[in-house]
Design a protein around this ligand. Structure first.
Ligand code: KIV
Ligand code: ZN
Length: 524
């Protein structure tokens, strides 16, 4: 918009790859992080928080590569309040044309107790570390973690110190999702009015969703004067997650009359990145999630459909096209060719190279043989779960299940492990239990099943099921996914997919080593 005054522009700071990715079970691979960062950059996100460079070699490599590839976005890395973190962060982000160091320390009474610092000692530390960051990078963001539970006087004092030491953005985190909209607006407004130098920096809001108010709190903070919203795609993040990017962006666009702020985000790219983040993080989007949920634009009830036919504005406040949702289109079938598949996938936001298309086409044909009509949601599921990876150590070869009323279910599973076929038969309370036991007999493991989830992709007796399996082993959490018209087969594949991910993680960390990477919560 050409008539946007600078004070009406809200910067979008995406932390899917840092706060989102650090959510247990949401770990992404290096290539997935690079891909998501590319999509964020292309959709007009102002700042991408690409990771926590000192956390691991993998994080450092991902942030460095994202910094090298960035075209439009500013690339930011997270650092705790110590020189080693800050220097390492700079080494990773320095490759970007526009970069940022984000350093933080917990300032509330509870968080101050962790490093056991007095108020004065912490104030000195803030001065030293922000100065260090500013000497390396001209764009420095500082966050008083748990700001919403920090004493007012102390919060003002430390923010003033950070500004004097050179911070250019002051972020106010509601780390535990404790605040409420009025309080959120009021806090930012009072800080801007009170802290000397506040008008020289940008205030940011970073909300967590523990009480379901992250979006409302972030928008209220903007009403109070914040001009940067920190958020994640699909609201991904620890516990109940972070402010969802798609929600704040679409709220400002749809209710511009009462929230007269703009962003640089191309909203038509929302659906594609939402789907991709759901796939790579293993965190499916709830059906009734605002903006990107499967039902967000579905008008199922008779009354609604009648109203929609008369005038879509009766029940639709946004147009599906605005978030990149293609209008309803004809399903594909077993006679559909490669060109039709490519065309349909492009429509759904998936751009594939020739080799990828070849692989997806084989799986599409297999599905079309078993299912009369392949709907958009079937294709999305196909893309979400991916195919067999040649490099997987564990592969499902075949399985046979006998179950019925009364008695135990019996499952015989045959797997290929590093080129060798092994099979086992096990019994359990139902076909899934028996199958998981058979897999465990073939590949003994101590991983704990944290979550087992089944969703029907479409309606009908021949509907595909997508299954998510989350496993935990020595603090490592991974999620495996699969889809099949047979729920038990999908379950076996999802379980094996999760086990393969655990193997990769174990290898990455080194056998016998402490498998936990440093978390930004670990205050040393
Ligand atoms: O929630 C939080 O406090 C954070 C900080 C590191 C900004 O994520
Ligand atoms: Zn956070």
């Amino acid at each position: 918009m050409t008539d946007t005054k600078p004070q009406d522009r809200v910067l979008i700071f995406d932390t899917t790859l840092r706060d989102g990715e650090q959510s247990p079970g949401a770990t992404m691979t290096h290539d997935e992080k690079i891909e998501i960062a590319g999509m964020l950059d292309e959709m007009g996100v102002d700042i991408i928080e690409a990771g926590f460079p000192i956390a691991s070699e993998g994080d450092f490599a991902a942030v460095s590569e994202i910094a090298k590839n960035a075209v439009n976005s500013r690339i930011c890395g997270l650092a705790r309040a110590n020189f080693a973190d800050i220097d390492r962060c700079w080494e990773a982000v320095k490759h970007a044309e526009k970069n940022r160091i984000h350093t933080f320390i917990g300032t509330s009474p509870l968080h101050r107790a962790i490093p056991n610092l007095t108020m004065d000692e912490m104030a000195d530390k803030i001065h030293e570390t922000v100065t260090r960051a500013r000497n390396l990078c001209e764009d420095v963001q500082w966050s008083p973690m748990d700001a919403t539970r920090t004493e007012w006087d102390y919060l003002c004092r430390v923010i003033e110190i950070a500004i004097k030491a050179g911070a250019t953005t002051i972020n106010i985190p509601d780390t535990v999702g404790y605040t409420a909209p009025e309080e959120s607006a009021d806090l930012i407004r009072r800080l801007i009015e009170t802290v000397p130098g506040a008008d020289e920096v940008i205030f940011a809001t970073h909300c967590h969703n523990d009480l379901g108010m992250a979006t409302a709190n972030a928008l209220a903070a903007v009403a109070g004067g914040a001009r940067q919203i920190e958020c994640t795609i699909n609201g991904l993040g620890e516990r109940a997650g972070n402010t969802a990017l798609e929600e704040v962006v679409m709220a400002m666009k749809t209710r511009h009359d009462i929230m007269p702020w703009t962003t640089g985000v191309d909203t038509t790219k929302i659906m594609a990145i939402s789907r991709r983040v759901a796939t790579v993080s293993g965190f499916p989007v709830q059906f009734n999630k605002a903006i990107v949920g499967k039902n967000a634009f579905a008008h199922e009830s008779g009354i609604h459909q009648d109203g929609m036919l008369k005038n879509r504005e009766n029940f639709e406040i946004m147009r599906p096209e605005d978030i990149g949702l293609a209008g309803t289109s004809l399903p594909l079938g077993k006679h559909s060719g490669r060109a039709a598949l490519r065309d349909k996938l492009e429509h759904l936001g998936f751009e594939l190279g020739d080799n990828q298309l070849k692989d997806v086409f084989v799986r599409f044909k297999d599905l079309a043989d078993r299912k009369k009509e392949v709907m958009d949601d079937d294709l999305i599921a196909l893309m979400r779960v991916g195919g067999d990876d040649e490099s997987d150590a564990l592969k499902l070869v075949s399985m046979k299940v006998i179950c019925g009323t009364g008695g135990q279910a019996e499952s015989t599973v045959e797997m290929e492990i590093n080129g060798k076929d092994i099979s086992a038969t096990a019994y359990g309370d139902g076909p899934v239990d028996a199958t998981f036991k058979a897999v465990r007999e073939i590949h003994p493991n101590e991983a704990r099943l944290q979550l087992y989830q089944v969703h029907a992709v479409t309606e009908g007796m021949d509907a595909q099921a997508t299954v998510s399996v989350r496993l935990e082993e020595n603090g490592n959490v991974v999620t495996g996914q699969s889809a099949d018209t047979d729920t038990v087969v999908a379950s076996a594949k999802a379980y094996i997919n999760a086990l393969n991910r655990l193997l990769v993680r174990r290898a990455k960390m080194g056998e016998g080593a402490d498998t936990r990477e440093i978390s930004y919560r670990d205050m040393s």
